[in-house]
Design a protein around this ligand. Structure first.
Ligand code: SAM
Length: 265
């Protein structure tokens, strides 16, 4: 198995615990749909759909939805969630870097904090554009490297083993210049916007504890350091809490994100 495939297998296991975060992600999902201009009757793909908050919101708006994710446990939860709302969605287990759809199938391709985790951005973006019709909209929400969530990824990377060669850091997808470059000449009319996801918490350690139990990359890091180097784990936790403190007020953690929209030529 090559190193990127191993990375995806590890990610697949890690993301299995992220479902509780769906409590906070429905408002950003509605925001992304508005940014993308999703309307009834459109064929829409939700890439790296997780528990399906974007897919379900779009289906409620009358769009015809397909959704794909690497992690079967999250798709299970997504199916249950769609049944609850009595919605028909075409769910697929699959990889952003190899989408299981024909060329030019969708009017809109979306991803909320999802495709940014594929290790090869050029492959992910070319797949998302391949399945989009000419004149269709690609739109996504991503975490900028200089803001809270991006900074947590950079902190985690300092404590974790180096990623395999060829794997790009996810928060680069939150830099408009990088996004412009990656979308390249295949699109026109790029529009950026920003918004904020608010996460309730009682303190920085409360927030961190939730994060340690849900976010794939952190679960692994904490497991490894608690066995091999508890002092380093304490140092990581101290640094993490200090980072949270800068974005924490009124029992809320501010998580600002970048929204991107573009039209396929
Ligand atoms: C932070 S979660 C976001 C989930 C969902 N879009 C939401 O807004 O709740 C990241 C998701 O990306 C998925 N993922 C990571 N790498 C992927 C890949 N290469 N192909 C498909 N899904 C992937 C994970 O399984 C996980 O569901």
């Amino acid at each position: 198995m090559d190193t990127l495939t191993q990375l995806k297998e590890a990610q697949n296991k890690g993301w299995a615990h992220v479902a509780p975060l769906e409590t906070f992600t429905p408002p950003p999902a509605a925001r992304l749909l508005k940014h993308a201009g999703v309307s009834a009757g459109q064929r829409v793909l939700d890439v790296a759909c997780g528990t399906g908050v974007v897919a379900i919101t779009a289906a409620r708006a009358g769009a015809r939805i397909s959704a794909v994710d690497l992690t079967p446990e999250l798709l299970e939860r997504a199916r249950e969630s769609a049944r609850l709302a009595n919605l028909e969605i075409d769910w697929h287990e699959g990889d952003v870097e190899q989408l299981p759809f024909e060329d030019r199938t969708f009017d809109v391709v979306l991803s909320q904090y999802g495709h940014m985790f594929a290790p090869r951005p050029d492959v992910a973006v070319s797949e998302m554009l391949r399945v989009l019709k000419p004149g269709g909209t690609i739109a996504f929400s991503t975490w900028p490297p200089e803001l809270f969530v991006g900074r947590t990824f950079i902190l985690i990377a300092r404590y974790a083993p180096p990623p395999p060669p060829g794997a790009a850091p996810p928060p680069l997808w939150g830099d408009p210049n990088v996004v412009r470059d990656r979308l390249g000449k295949a699109v026109k009319d790029i529009v950026f916007d920003r918004d904020r996801m608010l996460v309730p918490a009682l303190s920085a350690p409360h927030y961190r504890t939730t994060f340690e139990r849900t976010a794939g990359p952190v679960i692994k890091l904490v497991e490894t350091l608690s066995a091999s180097d508890p002092a380093r784990l304490s140092e990581f936790r101290r640094e993490f809490d200090a980072l949270v403190a800068g974005y924490f007020s009124d029992n809320l953690v501010r998580q600002d994100y970048l929204l991107t929209r573009a039209i396929k030529i």
